[in-house]
Design a protein around this ligand. Structure first.
Ligand SMILES: [Mg+2]
Length: 406
């Protein structure tokens, strides 16, 4: 790097050391004349003090001096951290090689011979000053570069750490979202469960029944398949509550609910608490005849529970009355879902009117809609259409009658 004169002269003081006042004057004069700032020192001690007090940019050092000579002065300058990097140019009348080698070994950068030639002195000063300044600039640049690399490395590490933190944070967030979603799903499921089920019996509630009933009706219509419904009501339940209390009433409802549910376990079948002591069973893909069989099984199962009911005018135990209605919606355009339900309800009340603890038979005319069903090992006699059937031949009788009705 070549520096211009201004850069050289403005770099700082040049320390001129010589025990000859004439030489000193001469050197200070040529340097000042060339634009440099020159600082004189008449011996080695003063030179060291001056250099430490305010380090010059270059030292022109006489070798032969009274007291401390130039070599010793140079050695001490190089010992001191503050002054060791200042370029030293020896000036002496000594021309032997050994002296030069000694000077270079002590750390001098150059050598000018006495008598001093102004032009040579100025040229060597310019050269070494330029080198020294360039070296310092390079050192500064190097140092800045190292600093920049350190900062970049630090930033990189920080970035990496941030990325890791961000990834961890993101994963944590994902986990939390998943957890909350699961909790929300669970809460929603519970809410749906609560909104669709009867708290006492655990059966579907009226709302759920209405929904499923419509769905099943439309499915049966679409698939041209049969659909049946059973309405069931506990006989004389008010008397039961009055006699045994509401807690026992609740327990009774639960037992009856279980018995009904046990008879409607096939896929798509639904048992619901329709209200109070009334239950309803949806039987998709079940004909009215088979629905009647299911209803009769329910009635028999509840009877078999033998829950005491001392104040029932029907029997000394809890009994059920049931109404059944079935249809193939596609072949029965006159009726809709609510008609079929109303029919089952109507038959339930006919069963009540005709003595309770029975399934009203699903055939017309009304006189034949209900049949008293006897015990399983009851009277086998087939007395009449509106009389009592034995369990053993009941199903075939009903089938025959239904065939006639259709
Ligand atoms: Mg001298």
């Amino acid at each position: 790097m070549i520096l211009d004169h201004n850069q050289l002269t403005s770099a700082g003081d040049i320390l001129v050391v010589d025990d000859s006042p004439e030489n000193l004057r001469f050197l200070v004069e040529i340097l000042t004349h060339s634009g440099y700032r020159a600082r004189p020192a008449i011996n080695g001690e003063l030179a060291l003090r001056s250099a430490q007090l305010k380090p010059p940019v270059l030292i022109l050092l006489d070798i032969r001096m009274h007291g401390m000579d130039g070599f010793e002065t140079c050695r001490r300058l190089k010992e001191n951290e503050q002054t060791r990097d200042i370029p030293v140019i020896f000036a002496s009348s000594m021309t032997d090689t050994e002296a030069k080698i000694k000077g270079f070994k002590l750390g001098a950068v150059d050598y000018v011979a006495k008598p001093l030639n102004a032009q040579e002195v100025l040229l060597r000063i310019a050269t070494h000053l330029s080198l020294s300044i360039t070296q310092r600039q390079l050192q500064t640049m190097n140092s800045l570069l190292r600093e920049a690399i350190k900062r970049a490395e630090y930033a990189n590490r920080a970035l990496l750490a941030s990325e890791q933190q961000l990834t961890a944070y993101s994963k944590n967030l994902e986990r939390l979202v998943l957890e909350r979603t699961r909790e929300l799903d669970e809460a929603n499921r519970k809410l749906t469960d609560l909104s669709e089920h009867d708290a006492l019996t655990g059966l579907a509630n009226r709302r759920k029944f209405d929904e499923v009933w419509q769905v099943e009706w439309l499915r049966a219509l679409r698939q041209n398949s049969p659909l049946s419904v059973i309405m069931a009501d506990i006989d004389d339940f008010k008397a039961y509550n009055d006699c045994y209390g509401h807690q026992a009433g609740d327990a009774c409802l639960q037992k009856v609910a279980c018995a009904i549910e046990a008879q409607a376990q096939r896929s798509g079948e639904l048992v619901a608490r329709y209200g109070g002591e009334e239950f309803v069973v949806i039987l998709p893909n079940v004909t009215e005849t088979n629905a009647w069989r299911v209803a009769e099984s329910i009635r028999a199962d509840v009877e078999a529970l033998a829950i005491p009911h001392a104040h029932s005018p029907t029997a000394p135990i809890v009994t059920l009355s049931l109404g059944v209605a079935g249809s193939i919606p596609g072949l029965d355009p006159e009726r809709d879902a609510s008609d079929l339900l109303a029919e089952a309800d109507k038959r339930l009340y006919l069963a009540k009117e005709h003595g309770r603890n029975q399934v009203a038979l699903p055939f017309r005319p009304v006189a034949t809609l209900f049949q008293r069903v006897g015990p399983l090992e009851g009277n086998p006699a087939d007395r009449s259409r509106d009389g009592a059937f034995s369990h053993a031949n009941h199903a075939s009788k009903i089938s025959n009658m239904l065939t006639v009705c259709k």
